[in-house]
Design a protein around this ligand. Structure first.
Ligand SMILES: [Zn+2]
Ligand SMILES: [Zn+2]
Length: 427
C-alpha cells in the first residue's frame, strides 16, 4: 500500500464543488478587472527564487524543494508565483505591451514545511500581478480584486491592513534607526531577532515571540520616515481607500523585509477566521525586475492560498452549488435490452442530457434504487415486453406522476424538449 507523501492531500470528488466554485469566482472577478491568465512552469532554476524571494527568508533558507536534475541543473519546485511571472514578463518582451501588464494564475506551489493543520507541502494558490506601473491607482486595483473576490465569496467584516515599506531612498535611514533602537534592548530581544538585526532588520517587526512584543510596540514607524515620493504614493493610496470607504488599519508591523519589496504592503482580514486573520497578503516589488537582470520595472500583486480559502468558507458556513444530478437513469433487463440501452443513452448524451446506466447486469430493482440514490429526474425502463413492442417506460423519479409508455423512437426527442423547457432537475 502506498500513501500520499507527507504534506500532500487528495482533493476528492465531494470537495470539488468548492474548488469549481472558487475557480469560477476567480475567473469572474479577474474578468471584471481585465486581468489575463498566464501559466508559468512548475519548476525553475533555483537561482531565480534565491534572487527574488531572497536569502535570509524561511522560503529560501529552509523550505525550498530543490534538487539537481540529470543534466546537473539546480532546479526548484516553485515556492511562490511572483518570481516566475516577472521572469516570464521579462523573457517574453511584455515591456513592449501597453503597461501595466495585468496577469493572474492559479496552480500548485511547493514548500518543505513542518506539516501541521492547514499547512501543506503542496498547496494551491491564486496569484495576481500588475507589472509596469507606479500609479497608486494600480495598488488600489490589486487590493480591490482581493476585496471583491472575498466579498463575492461571502466573507464578512473585510478590512485591509496597510503599511508602506519605503524604497531604497528612504528605507536605509529607517533601518539604521530601527537597529539603533534595538541596540540597548538586545537583552530582551529573542535569538531570531538578534539574527534578523544582522541579516534582515525589518523582519524584527513581525516577530511573534512574547518578549519581543513590548519592544516592537515602541519601535519607530517606517511611515514616519518615508521619502517625499513614498509618502505621496502612500497618501494617494489612502485617499483612494477613503474615497471608496474601504476600512483599513495602519499596521506598522506589516513588512516584507527585502530590498526589492517597496512601498505598499497589505493584507485582507475577515471576521470569524480565527487567530490568523489574514486571507491574503501582497505588496509592491518595484526593485524585483532589476534584481532579475531586467530594466527597472515596478510591480504589485498578491497571492491567496486556495485550500485556506475553502477551509474558511466551510468554517463560515458558505455553501456552494453541488454537481447537478443525472437527468436520466437507464434501467434494463436482459442482453438485448442492454444493447438498446447503450444506443439510447448515446442519443441522450448527444442531446446534452446527463444520463447514467448500471453495469454488471444488476437486477432492475437494484438499478431503480440506484436511480433514486443519484437523484435522476427520470428512469427509462427497458424490459423484455417493452423491447418486443418497441417501447420504453418513462418514470418520473421526483414526483408521483404516473408512468408513461413511449415509443423508443420518440423518447429522446420527448426528453430533450422537456429538459429544454427548464424542467426542474435535482441539484
Ligand atoms: Zn522612499
Ligand atoms: Zn523576536
Amino acid at each position: 500500500m502506498y500513501l500520499a507523501p507527507r504534506g500532500t492531500t487528495d482533493i476528492l470528488p465531494e470537495d470539488q464543488p468548492y474548488w469549481l466554485y472558487l475557480y469560477d469566482k476567480i475567473r469572474h472577478v479577474v474578468g471584471l478587472f481585465d486581468y489575463q491568465r498566464i501559466d508559468v512552469p512548475v519548476f525553475e532554476e533555483t537561482a531565480l527564487y534565491v534572487r527574488s524571494v531572497g536569502e535570509g527568508t524561511d522560503i529560501v533558507d529552509k523550505e525550498m524543494y530543490n534538487f539537481v536534475d540529470k543534466g546537473g541543473r539546480d532546479i526548484a519546485l516553485r515556492p511562490e508565483f511572483t518570481a516566475g511571472i516577472v521572469r516570464a514578463y521579462l523573457e517574453n518582451g511584455m515591456r513592449t505591451l501597453p503597461q501595466p501588464v495585468k496577469l493572474y494564475t492559479t496552480g500548485p506551489l511547493f514548500r518543505y514545511e513542518r506539516v501541521q493543520a492547514g499547512r501543506y507541502r503542496q498547496h494551491t494558490q491564486f496569484d495576481i500581478e500588475s507589472i509596469g506601473s507606479l500609479d497608486p491607482a494600480v495598488d488600489l486595483e490589486i487590493m480591490s480584486v482581493a476585496w471583491q473576490l472575498y466579498s463575492e465569496l461571502g466573507f464578512q467584516g473585510l478590512a485591509f491592513q496597510l503599511n508602506s515599506t519605503g524604497c531604497p531612498v528612504c528605507r536605509p535611514a529607517y533601518i539604521q534607526r530601527l537597529v539603533a533602537y534595538y541596540e540597548p534592548r538586545h537583552q530582551e530581544a529573542c535569538e531570531d531577532c538578534l539574527r534578523r538585526l544582522q541579516r534582515n532588520p525589518l523582519r524584527v517587526l513581525d516577530c511573534k515571540v512574547e518578549t519581543c512584543q513590548p519592544i516592537i510596540a515602541e519601535a519607530p514607524h517606517i511611515i514616519d520616515h518615508l521619502c517625499p515620493e513614498c509618502a505621496e504614493h502612500f497618501a494617494t493610496l489612502r485617499g483612494y481607500l477613503d474615497a471608496l470607504g474601504r476600512p483599513y488599519t495602519l499596521n506598522h508591523r506589516l513588512v516584507r523585509g527585502l530590498d526589492y519589496y517597496t512601498k505598499t504592503v497589505f493584507e485582507v482580514w475577515a471576521e470569524g477566521i480565527g487567530a490568523q486573520n489574514a486571507i491574503c497578503g501582497g505588496g509592491r516589488y518595484d526593485g524585483l525586475a532589476k534584481e532579475l537582470g531586467g530594466p527597472p520595472t515596478p510591480g504589485i500583486g498578491f497571492g491567496s492560498g486556495m485550500e485556506r480559502i475553502i477551509l474558511l468558507m466551510k468554517e463560515n458556513g458558505i455553501a456552494v452549488p453541488g454537481v447537478p444530478a443525472p437527468q436520466v437513469a437507464m434501467i434494463y433487463h436482459g442482453s438485448n435490452a442492454k444493447t438498446r440501452c447503450v444506443q439510447l443513452i448515446t442519443d441522450l448524451r448527444e442531446q446534452d442530457i446527463r444520463a447514467v446506466m448500471a453495469f454488471d447486469d444488476r437486477s432492475m430493482r437494484a438499478q431503480l434504487r440506484n436511480a433514486n440514490r443519484v437523484g435522476a429526474t427520470y428512469a427509462i425502463i427497458l424490459g423484455e415486453d417493452e423491447l418486443a413492442a418497441g417501447n420504453a417506460v418513462l418514470q418520473d423519479m421526483l414526483t408521483d406522476a404516473p408512468r408513461e409508455t413511449v415509443a423508443q423512437t420518440e423518447i429522446v426527442h420527448l426528453l430533450a424538449e422537456r429538459f429544454e423547457s427548464d424542467y426542474p432537475c435535482k441539484l
